[in-house]
Design a protein around this ligand. Structure first.
Ligand code: ADP
Length: 259
């Protein structure tokens, strides 16, 4: 009965090998599809500002140059389109660094209360324009965390600006800390337009935007949340989102407390 056993073993090995091959092929196909989608998305996003700039310059060349008012208007529009291209390219660079693991975190201890104060102060103007309130359930004492300061600033800025961008007039964005014994939990909550259940699982994907025109109008690239998630995961922490359409959205993420 020994040869039979041996045949059975070889059979099992071949089966396992075939299974691994199939998995590898699926992985490569996914990668290829992802690569194509990514290149498609990047070129699509860049095309809009490039064509806009082309249009502005043509208008100027075809006579607009003689009119100082039109001159100013179209040069301003050109500058805005260039700003947009710069922010797309900068976001892509961040994603690239985060994904290839080139980005080294410079972890240090710092006071998160001060950082939230700074972020809210910077975003105050954008909030006031929409008559929105920025609220901070501000702890009286410093709250020390261990993280990469610059990256954490990026995370908070992204979540707060999203709260404003997708908020409603006279709405609010609120930041709250929860001391969870072995870590700190940070909550950024708004009472804005919310996100449909169907879109919710996809919002951390690169370029995913629920409402493309609204996002673009607000200067969005659809890359912000995917950068945020990468940064949190690089810190070996987690981020979650809860949302109800028309009611609001709440992001929570964890951070290491400094001892
Ligand atoms: P964007 O640059 O478009 O803001 P993000 O990656 O930051 O890209 O967010 C992806 C999408 O998730 C947004 O386009 C928007 O549709 C949705 N979203 C993000 N934050 C919120 C929020 N606070 N409220 C409602 N929708 C949001």
């Amino acid at each position: 009965n020994q040869p039979v056993n041996e045949i059975a073993d070889v059979h099992k090995e071949v089966e396992q090998w075939a299974k691994n091959q199939t998995q590898e092929i699926t992985r490569l196909k996914d990668l290829e599809r992802y690569r194509k989608e990514f290149v498609g998305n990047v070129s699509h996003e860049l095309k809009t500002p490039i064509f806009n700039i082309q249009g502005y310059i043509l208008t100027l060349l075809e006579g607009g140059l003689d009119d100082p008012k039109i001159n100013m208007l179209y040069l301003k529009r050109t500058e805005k389109s260039i700003d947009r291209m710069i922010s797309i390219v900068e976001d892509l660079e961040s994603i690239n660094k985060l994904e290839s693991g080139v980005m080294r975190l410079r972890v240090e201890s710092f006071d998160l209360v001060k950082m939230v104060d700074d972020v809210l102060e910077m975003e105050q103007m954008m909030a006031s324009e929409r008559k929105m309130q920025l609220v901070f359930d501000r702890p009286e004492k410093p709250v020390l965390v261990r993280a990469d300061k610059k990256r954490m600033m990026e995370v908070l800025t992204n979540l707060v600006t999203n709260g404003i961008k997708y908020g409603r007039q006279k709405g609010f964005v609120r930041v709250t800390f929860y001391d969870m014994k072995d870590h700190l939990m940070v909550e950024v909550m708004d009472n804005g337009i919310g996100i449909d259940k169907g879109d919710l699982p996809r919002i951390f994907e690169r370029f995913y935007r629920v409402d493309k025109s609204r996002s673009r109008e607000q200067g969005g690239t659809g890359l912000g949340l995917s950068i945020v998630k990468h940064i949190i995961e690089a810190h070996k922490q987690t981020i979650n989102v809860k949302s109800e359409a028309d009611e609001g959205t709440t992001f929570t993420f964890t951070l290491e407390k400094a001892k």
